[in-house]
Design a protein around this ligand. Sequence first.
Ligand SMILES: Cc1cc2c(cc1C)[n+](S(=O)(=O)[O-])c1c(=O)[nH]c(=O)nc-1n2C[C@H](O)[C@H](O)[C@H](O)COP(=O)(O)O
Length: 492
Amino acid sequence: MPPLSGPEVAKHDNKESCWVVIHGKVYDVTEFLPEHPGGMKIILKYAGKDATAEFEPIHPPDTLDKYLDKSKHLGPVDMNTVATVEEVEDPDETARQQRIKDKPLLSQCYNLMDFESVAKNVMKKTAWGYYSSAADDEITMRENHEAFHRIWFRPKILVDVKTVDFSTTMLGTKVNMPFYVTATALGKLGHPEGEVVLTRAAHKHNVVQMIPTLASCSFDEIVDARQGDQVQWLQLYVNADRAITERIVRHAEARGCKGLFITVDAPQLGRREKDMRSKFVGQGSNVQSGQDTDTSQGAARAISSFIDPSLSWADIPWFRSITKMPIVLKGVQRVEDVVKAVECGIQGVVLSNHGGRQLDFAPSAVEVLAETMPVLRSMGLENKIEVFVDGGVRRATDILKALCLGAKGVGIGRPFLYAMSAYGFDGVDRSMQLLRDELEMGMRLIGCTSIDQLNPSLIDTRNLGSHITGVPVDNLGHKVYDALATPAWKPP
Ligand SMILES: Cc1cc2c(cc1C)[n+](S(=O)(=O)[O-])c1c(=O)[nH]c(=O)nc-1n2C[C@H](O)[C@H](O)[C@H](O)COP(=O)(O)O
């Protein structure tokens, strides 16, 4: 059968008959329109045209094979005859391209915040809006980082610190540094290759990568990018259709994942206004024409309608029945739930508030950690469960403070996304090298030569719980902090 022609495809450009072109193939998405989590508008914008550029960053390549009935796969099209959506000349985009050309040299990035600063300038609005956004007033996102500033060290002196070793183990895996690449969705919003860039950097530095359910790359692409005995964990959003969840978990175990991290702080994805705004701005033409644009759908809300809000402790035995992987609950926010996790036979928890992207005014992970570890020790449970933290970690001193409090390891999210978005693999590689250098310096200066020497006596947490205490001015953080991304309207 000869390929379809562009004019033929262009006839199907409405709600009654909607065909799109993706990677040179035609798909009839008419019946799917009302089910699209991102709403109908964004598909109809590309009806009868080539939608590849819009589709690619948000959807893993196997999405259509997995979720669109084969009868709707209409076959190849002659791409020379296909209309594209003429993007109106966007002066902002022209200016962004110039900022990319003018960005600092990679060697001029000296810390994780430097990458955030560059990323803010070079990323597309939608990508920056999605990565940098957090819930409501973003108080918890800022508190995550500021809480570390309320912890001070009590360093030891005259310790032979000639040789320092900051390797450790996490869920039985030996890693070179006590942090891992945590799960963050939609990697291709920041870099055309997406999460496999993080896979390569994690391999080079022998740290673990947590594969997100909502990755832009397919799960198998990310696993196939693994090298040697590199270890990966799976982050799971539980689907209301448990058969789909079971299939995902069993496949991850079969592909060699060494941990199942069930995200428990997101029965519904949080309300992230920068994400919503930038999605709104992303449909700028609607704004200019005064058309009503669906602003209820940031990227987050649009891609997460499958998540099951009914997930509960009652589901834990079922999870234990379908996998032998260690199970970790990601997004635990109070010590009572850590104790309950131990009672349920769970191997680990990540104390986390999702980078502030869920419940605003949730406590910082490090504050929950300071509350949790003494209780576990008093109950003789500290060795029954591995406790990880994530959120706001931007310095090796943040990592060392968490380990002194008793954390097994630390997850890092946005910094690696920003490094990837600004400089690709080289950016993530340098960010991990910078953390390595800071870890070595930090261990030496607090007088420790190995991770097992880190303990609560090396820190002063008396102010940790006082949220109104004056904290050192976080100049770097304030400089890059972006309260509004780009407002959907120009203030008068
Ligand atoms: C920055 C970011 C975080 C996301 C994230 C996406 C981005 C862009 N996404 S989200 O779209 O649903 O919100 C996920 C996710 O897929 N699953 C998850 O468990 N955590 C998700 N998180 C939370 C992440 O795993 C860490 O908890 C958080 O990033 C730690 O804070 P920092 O960014 O300050 O390191």
